[in-house]
Design a binder for this molecule. Structure first.
Ligand SMILES: [Zn+2]
Length: 496
């Protein structure tokens, strides 16, 4: 990367909000991008639930982040349907936009103000409350949009935005979600990022979607267990039209997914394919090449929405960095790694945040192996299936299957995945800010982040060549001593 480009993006990441990108209310774009600070620091980001931002003493909160870990970029989950803990217990969570939707930016979508707006904290506009305070602490605000992929029955008008499976049913649970080819969902998403970029003095936008193509879901190639192989998406009217325009035989694609469903259900019931799992899966792809074509359609559509988000934000303020949270499933799946081609994303990305959560990686890997053994890796004993994946993913010496849930993956995994991402985007101005997870909730035996393991992993991120780091996944989950250990490592490295 050219040094000039590095400084440009680093400056945007760490300093855009600090130098004051004045956003004008009412739809007027600012005249000029913010000035570049003289000595930009690498980005040290921290995601946080909105609850502590909506209530309580913000100065004490931001003081703590600065003091422990030199945080200079806050990533509030400002648009999210993920329940915070207290609401999860009551089952009453609605979620959505925790800022105030400014309706002039939303065109041609069935969603109303009430559908978009999170009601959990009354009239509080979390962004408006946070930004002036956090800036005093030298911290910029990145809007973290975590796409909804779980339909919430208590939110009207979302129904028609959701994907349709190969049986023609609207999806109603993970891994389905709103359809990227649905123009009303596109309109809503683009309105949302325009609203943030115009209405608030933000430092950047990060959008995340923890989904993959329907083919991989159907083949149980996921860190999430027990997915319905009959729920493959998307066959909505918009996807069918786009598929036909690509010359894909929609009905054959649908039939192909029906055959995948039969294979997976038989496998789960204990019936192995006569010629072996790998051959059976490969044969399905030979007989129904439409399966791969349909997967490519989904992947391309997702990336097209990301490119549209990028263009929309840049049309408001070219200086605002835009980037992507990348689901950790890619750490276990060479299939999803193929879908998320970082090199191909450089044209519409300023930064990438691959989720690297070493402590919970073990249990998630075990689940991935269990799923993969019902299809492509079904011919292999479980331990050997994991070894094959380690080789395919270039993970070196990690724990065997019986132990990996308890040990997690090592700092070496963090370094290798960071290095790979950095190499993928080499020659572009894209920055890699790994989302290094610690204290991420998981099974009891996986809750083993320690100050020592956090320190090692932080150092691995920078040894891998990262341009910054997003301490993850949520401030509210972190033990204070582990956040301090991250800060100590960053000081030792001279990052802060
Ligand atoms: Zn669709």
């Amino acid at each position: 990367m050219e040094r000039r480009d590095f400084i440009r993006i680093a400056a945007l990441g760490a300093g855009a909000a600090l130098t004051g990108a004045k956003m004008l209310r009412g739809g007027t774009a600012p005249a000029a991008p913010p000035a570049v600070p003289a000595h930009p620091a690498p980005l040290v980001g921290l995601p946080i639930s909105v609850a502590p931002l909506a209530e309580g003493d913000l100065d004490a909160l931001f003081d703590d982040m600065r003091r422990r870990a030199g945080v200079n970029a806050l990533f509030p989950f400002i648009y999210s349907h993920e329940p915070h803990r207290s609401a999860a217990k009551t089952g009453q969570f609605h979620g959505g936009n925790h800022a105030i939707p400014h309706l002039q930016y939303y065109h041609d979508t069935p969603l109303t103000y009430a559908d978009m707006r999170a009601p959990e904290f009354g009239d509080v506009d979390v962004l408006a409350r946070v930004i002036p305070v956090v800036r005093r602490h030298g911290i910029g605000t990145f809007c973290f949009l975590l796409e909804d992929n779980t339909r919430l029955a208590n939110i009207p008008h979302w129904e028609t935005l959701y994907e349709v499976d190969h049986h023609g049913r609207r999806t109603d649970r993970h891994p389905g979600g709103p359809c990227y080819n649905n123009p009303f969902y596109q309109n809503f998403t683009l309105g949302l990022v325009e609203d943030y970029a115009r209405s608030y003095e933000i430092a950047g936008v990060m959008w995340g979607s923890e989904r993959q193509s329907g083919l991989l879901n159907a083949l149980s190639l996921s860190q999430s267990n027990g997915q319905d192989p009959g729920g493959t998406t998307c066959f909505c009217e918009f996807c069918q039209k786009k598929g036909r325009e690509r010359g894909i035989d929609v009905e054959r694609a649908r039939r192909g997914f029906g055959e995948v469903e039969k294979l997976v259900l038989a496998s789960r019931a204990g019936t192995a394919p006569r010629d072996g799992y790998f051959a059976a899966c490969w044969r399905l792809l030979l007989r129904y090449p439409e399966l791969l074509a349909w997967a490519a359609l989904w992947i391309d559509s997702r990336h097209a929405l990301q490119a549209a988000i990028y263009r929309k934000v840049k049309s408001v303020n070219p200086a605002l960095p835009v980037g992507w949270h990348v689901w950790q499933n890619m750490s276990f799946s060479p299939f999803q790694r193929a879908e998320e081609d970082f090199a191909a994303m450089t044209g519409y990305s300023d930064f990438l945040r691959p989720a690297l959560y070493p402590s919970v990686a073990g249990e998630r890997f075990v689940r991935f192996v269990a799923g993969a053994r019902s299809t492509f890796l079904g011919d292999l004993p479980p331990g050997e299936a994991l070894d094959v994946l380690y080789h395919q993913l270039n993970y070196g010496d990690e724990a065997p299957l019986d132990y990996v849930a308890a040990t997690g993956l090592s700092a070496d995994y963090v370094e290798r995945e960071t290095r790979r991402a950095v190499a993928d985007v080499a020659g572009s101005a894209v920055q890699i800010w790994p989302g290094l997870g610690f204290d991420v909730p998981g099974a009891a035996e996986a809750n083993h982040s320690t100050p020592e393991s956090v320190s090692r992993a932080v150092k691995a991120v920078f040894k891998g060549g990262a341009h910054g780091i997003i301490l993850s996944r949520n401030y509210t989950e972190m033990k204070p001593e582990n956040l301090s250990a991250a800060g100590a490592a960053l000081r030792e490295l001279g990052v802060i």
